[in-house]
Structures are given as C-alpha cells and as structure tokens.
Design a protein around this ligand. Structure first.
Ligand code: SF4
Ligand code: SF4
Length: 75
C-alpha cells in the first residue's frame, strides 16, 4: 500500500524526503508529497516521520493453502 500524508499533521520538515530510497518524495507548500506511481512501498517514510504524519499499513496477507489438484506430483 502506498503511504498517504496527513497534510494537517505534516510540518514539512523534509526528513522523509531525505530518507526515501527511490527519492520519490518532495515537499510542496510545506507538505510532503509522494509520486505514488514510483513508490516502492517500503514504509521508511512512516518509520522516520517524527510527528506521525505518514499513514502506512502493510496489506493483510492471507495465504490460502494450494488446492490439492495443484500439489506437486512426487517422482
Ligand atoms: S514507502 Fe518508501 S518508497 Fe514509498 S514514499 Fe515512503 S520511503 Fe519512499
Ligand atoms: S517526515 Fe513527516 S513531518 Fe516531515 S515532511 Fe515527512 S511527512 Fe512531513
């Protein structure tokens, strides 16, 4: 999931911009922005934001066991 910025909480400090590995963040009008198409969804911006302005949640992953028909045939 691509993070979203809480524009009311973000103070535009730019820490996330410096730490974003693919450098797809910037600050516009003192609010952080993300080029979402290029985001790696690593969550680092969420980790480094000192005021909790980044909303980021990993998607819930529910793995289903493979259907018996797809099990590998032992040789
Ligand atoms: S999740 Fe990672 S790649 Fe995406 S904006 Fe945040 S730091 Fe950058
Ligand atoms: S680290 Fe947090 S407060 Fe600073 S610019 Fe990024 S989102 Fe805004």
């Amino acid at each position: 999931m691509v993070p979203t910025i809480d524009a009311f909480r973000c103070d535009g400090c730019g820490i996330c911009v410096l730490k974003c590995p693919p450098q797809v963040m910037g600050v516009v009008k003192e609010v952080a922005v993300i080029i979402t198409d290029l985001c790696d969804e690593c969550g680092i911006c969420n980790d480094v934001c000192p005021v909790g302005a980044v909303r980021f949640k990993l998607p819930e992953r529910h793995y289903q066991p493979a259907h018996p028909a797809y099990r590998a045939v032992s040789r």
